[in-house]
Design a protein around this ligand. Sequence first.
Ligand code: ADE
Length: 234
Amino acid sequence: MSTPHINANTDDFSDTVVMPGDPLRAKYISEHYLTRAKLVTNVRNMLGYTGLYKGKKISVMSSGMGIPSCSIYATELIKFYGVKKIVRVGSCGAVSDKIKVRDLILAHSVSTDSKVNEIRLNGYQFSLSSDFELMNKLFIQAKNHKLDLKVGNVFTTDSFYSLDNDLINLLRKYNFLAVEMETAGLLGIAQEYDIQAAAIYTVSDHIISNEAMSSDERERSFDEMIRLTLDALI
Ligand code: ADE
């Protein structure tokens, strides 16, 4: 079987998927953390892998950037491949003074400038939150790994380059932690199909101070996030 965007066979995916935005991150996770990993899909180079983590079947599927791309892959994984748990492992830009570059953030709840979920709910505001059980497991694993995981509100935006200053100030006023571009899509779909989803990020840049991680640092903190996520999923 294949779908318009995934050319895997029916049983190729685990019911549990780790979802980075970047296809090369998916490759990195499969090569560094999974045993017996196999590439299961490569349409448009949006790479997906399945292998074993500490004996449990886990898949890693890239989402691409932005709500539309992430939504396509999440929907097809759920509808056609029986996926029941998705954890987005991404990067984000901090807006809060309490958050530093390299911090790890767990999205408790998400707001967005996208209309996608309002359209779903006939114009009413859609409240988006990570799945409680997944959040709990991620939080416990962060403690086990001695990592200081910050938990709070995150904002999903459709515009990376033209984020309005007034909006950034509002996000700061209301104590949002960070901005990213996919989670509101993923959590809306999780609600629609009644599956578990959550999102965890490494802070790659700070929108107020303009500080950004070097590529070396990005890799190291990405590793911490991946280890804790995989341990939370087994
Ligand atoms: N992801 C990582 N950094 C970001 C930023 N500054 N804005 C939106 N998404 C991001």
